[in-house]
Unconditional design. Structure first.
Length: 246
C-alpha cells in the first residue's frame, strides 16, 4: 500500500534532506520550527493533532559530528530528547514512524554492515546520540529505522579523507531513495533498512563532483572518525527489484 504525501508529516523540513524530500513529496506537511520543535514535546503533540498524519518521517537531527563534541547538551537535546518526544507522540496516536538514522551507529572497524549486525560501540558523541535515538524508536509499535548518509549536492571542502570508507552519497542521490522508502513504508517487512550506495572512500565521492579536491587523512580531524562504515544494501535493492516487477 502506497502512502500519499498528503498523509505524511516531516520533522526537520528546513534541513538538507528535508528540503529535498519536500520537492519529491509535494503535499507533505513540513511544519517550521516555530510550529514543531522536536525538543518541545507540546509542539510535537500539537502538530500531530493538527495534521493527523498516517506516517511521520523523523528527519530532524543535530548532524555536526565535530560540533557535537563541543556542544554535547545541544546534540543530546535534539537527537535523544527530540526523538523521545516524537516517539511518544506518534506511538500514542498509532502513527507509523519512519526514523532517519545513520551509518555512524556502527563502530566502523569492518564495513559492509547488515541491518541485523549489532551496532556500537559508538566512535564519537554524535554516534552515541544516534545509537540511543534508535533504541528509543524501537519502543514505537509501528516503526522503520532507515540508516543512511549523505552530503550536500556539491562537496563543500577543499580536501577529503582517503582513509574513511562509506556508502554515503550526495543528497540529491539519496533523497529519492528515502522518498520511495517512505511512500512504501507500510509494506516493508522489516523494521530496519539500509538505504545508501556502493562502498567508496570519502575522497572518491568528493572527486565525482569536485575533481580538484585534495587527499587528506582522517587523522587530521578534530574528532574520532571510523575507518569503514559502509552499509550492506542488499535488502533495499531486493525490495526495489520486487516493486519494479509487473
Amino acid at each position: 500500500m502506497t502512502v500519499a504525501a498528503e498523509r505524511m508529516l516531516l520533522t526537520g523540513g528546513s534541513g538538507r534532506l528535508g528540503r529535498e524530500l519536500q520537492r519529491l513529496l509535494p503535499g507533505i506537511a513540513a511544519p517550521g520550527r516555530d510550529e514543531l520543535d522536536v525538543t518541545r514535546a507540546e509542539t510535537v503533540v500539537a502538530a500531530l493533532d493538527r495534521w493527523r498524519p498516517e506516517v511521520v518521517i523523523h528527519a530532524a537531527a543535530y548532524t555536526d559530528v565535530a560540533g557535537a563534541e563541543r556542544n554535547r547538551a545541544a546534540c543530546w537535546r535534539v537527537n535523544v530528547d527530540g526523538t523521545r518526544n516524537v516517539v511518544s507522540a506518534a506511538a500514542g496516536r498509532g502513527i507509523f514512524l519512519l526514523h532517519l538514522s545513520t551509518d555512524y551507529v556502527f563502530e566502523g572497524a569492518t564495513g559492509g554492515y547488515r541491518e541485523d549486525d549489532p551496532p556500537g560501540p559508538p566512535c564519537n558523541y554524535y554516534a552515541l546520540t544516534k545509537l540511543v535515538a534508535e533504541a528509543l524508536v524501537r519502543f514505537a509499535p509501528r516503526h522503520l529505522v532507515v540508516r543512511t548518509s549523505f552530503r550536500p549536492r556539491e562537496w563543500p571542502y577543499p580536501q577529503a579523507f582517503d582513509d574513511l570508507f562509506t556508502s554515503q552519497d550526495y543528497v540529491d542521490v539519496i533523497a529519492p531513495e528515502i522518498a520511495l522508502a517512505a511512500s512504501r513504508c507500510l509494506e516493508i517487512p522489516y523494521n530496519t533498512l539500509h538505504v545508501a550506495t556502493e562502498r567508496k572512500s570519502a575522497l572518491e565521492l568528493a572527486r565525482r563532483r569536485r575533481p580538484d579536491v585534495q587527499s587528506a587523512s582522517k587523522k587530521q580531524a578534530s574528532v574520532r572518525l571510523p575507518d569503514d562504515i559502509s552499509l550492506d544494501t542488499a535488502r533495499w535493492r531486493q525490495l526495489k527489484q520486487r516493486w519494479s516487477q509487473p
